[in-house]
Design a protein around this ligand. Structure first.
Ligand code: P1T
Length: 378
């Protein structure tokens, strides 16, 4: 089945007792057993819940994987994956990642005796140099947050797999509609479903999809032990949302392309980063591993922080807020907002400039969005 059909049907079937076409919200913490250990597949909702399971199967199908798990947040998914590692293990992480992921690896995971190296995985040869005999996991975000750097998933997996190292890809920015990391060899794909997958800015959630049963079972064991699973009603909301993922992603991209072109030709902008522009340094890689370019744009205004601040105060339709991927357009300042937990020297090295602004382009009418940005430059 094609993506749009899977989005609507995978993991779901009409309720056998009532015929309800939508999977019910099974708000039950526990399940009655006929005899000790003899039940209908569910014993306690932290372990498994029919609504959450429907979402997990839906997400697995969309990523082209076999097993899905839904989490309380993107960070809960990341935390669970990080717990595959034990003291003495080494983790390699791409240098430009969501500020909360950096904070988790740098401030929490390191304290558990895990060695963490952040490295620019866009540069050929850097991964091989960073690997150690103790490396167990390579973590990458592509496109990255906020610099929209692309990492070649296939090339990374080839190098890592020769040494039996797992590769996890945070696919939040693309969603499975535009990129399927498992198809390029990734072992684990994860998401903040808070973003494009849910798409309506009304919940916080996360997901993991895998192909390998043993790896899935380890992650499910960790999820159940750590209690990082998604609540039932939120699971239902994400499932409601994935039904429209394809149409939303096409609309995000169409608007984002127009806005990226507008910004690129604007006299008050010194740089625009969008994987769909020919000026993107990895435009060729974008065309290879993605089937579209998404709704995220970063750009640098001339004049640094004072100009950026004034611009962010003047926008009317774009809302000044953290997060991304909702139907409404958002704008933010990574250095002060989403990436404040990245030390200033790292931000400088990554190019997270004080004049850098990040847009999450929504699906409003693009002419209104263009007019809003133009008036904010005034
Ligand atoms: O916020 P949460 O659902 O816990 O997801 C964390 C996360 C993980 N991965 C990526 C690529 C992300 O962008 C995020 C969250 N990001 C923001 C809140 C933001 O504004 O960038």
């Amino acid at each position: 089945m094609e993506f749009e059909t899977l989005a609507i049907h995978a993991g779901q079937k009409p309720d056998p007792t009532t015929g309800a076409i939508m999977t019910p919200v099974y708000l039950s913490s526990t399940y009655v057993q006929e005899s000790p250990g003899k039940h209908k597949g569910y014993d306690y909702s932290r372990t498994s819940n029919p609504t959450r399971q429907a979402l997990e199967n839906n997400l697995a199908a969309l990523e082209g994987g076999k097993f899905g798990l839904a989490f309380a947040s993107g960070c809960a998914a990341t935390t669970t994956i990080a717990h595959l590692l034990k003291s003495g293990d080494h983790l390699v992480c791409s240098d430009d990642v969501y500020g909360g992921t950096f904070r988790l690896f740098d401030k929490i995971i390191k304290n558990n005796g895990i060695d963490v190296t952040f490295v620019d995985l866009t540069v050929e040869g850097n991964l091989a140099k960073a690997l150690k005999p103790t490396t167990k996991l390579v973590w990458l975000e592509t496109p990255s947050n906020p610099m929209l750097k692309l990492v070649d998933i296939e090339a990374t997996c080839k190098i890592a797999h020769e040494k039996k190292i797992l590769v996890a890809v945070d696919n939040t920015f693309m969603s499975p509609y535009f990129q399927k990391p498992l198809r390029w060899g990734a072992d684990i794909v994860c998401h903040s479903t808070t973003k494009f997958l849910n798409g309506h800015s009304d919940l916080v959630g996360g997901a993991i999809v895998t192909q390998d049963k043993a790896l899935h079972e380890k992650l499910h064991f960790l999820q159940n032990s750590m209690g990082t699973q998604q609540a039932t009603f939120d699971s239902w909301l994400v499932m409601r949302s994935t039904k429209t993922l394809a149409v939303r992603m096409r609309a995000h991209q169409e608007n984002a392309m127009r806005i990226a072109q507008f910004l690129e030709s604007h006299s008050k902008v010194s740089k625009v980063i969008y994987p769909g522009l020919r000026s993107h340094p990895q435009y060729a890689l974008a065309q290879k591993q993605m089937t579209g370019f998404g709704g995220m744009i970063t750009f640098i205004v001339k004049g640094g922080l004072p100009v950026a601040r004034s611009f962010l105060e003047k926008v009317k339709i774009f809302a000044l807020a953290e997060s991304l991927g909702g139907v409404e357009s958002l704008i933010e300042h990574p250095a002060i907002m989403t990436h404040a937990s990245v030390p200033p020297e790292n931000r400088k090295a990554l190019g997270i400039d004080d004049g850098l602004i990040r847009l999450s382009v929504g699906i409003e009418n693009v002419n209104d969005l263009l007019a809003d940005l133009e008036q904010a430059f005034g």
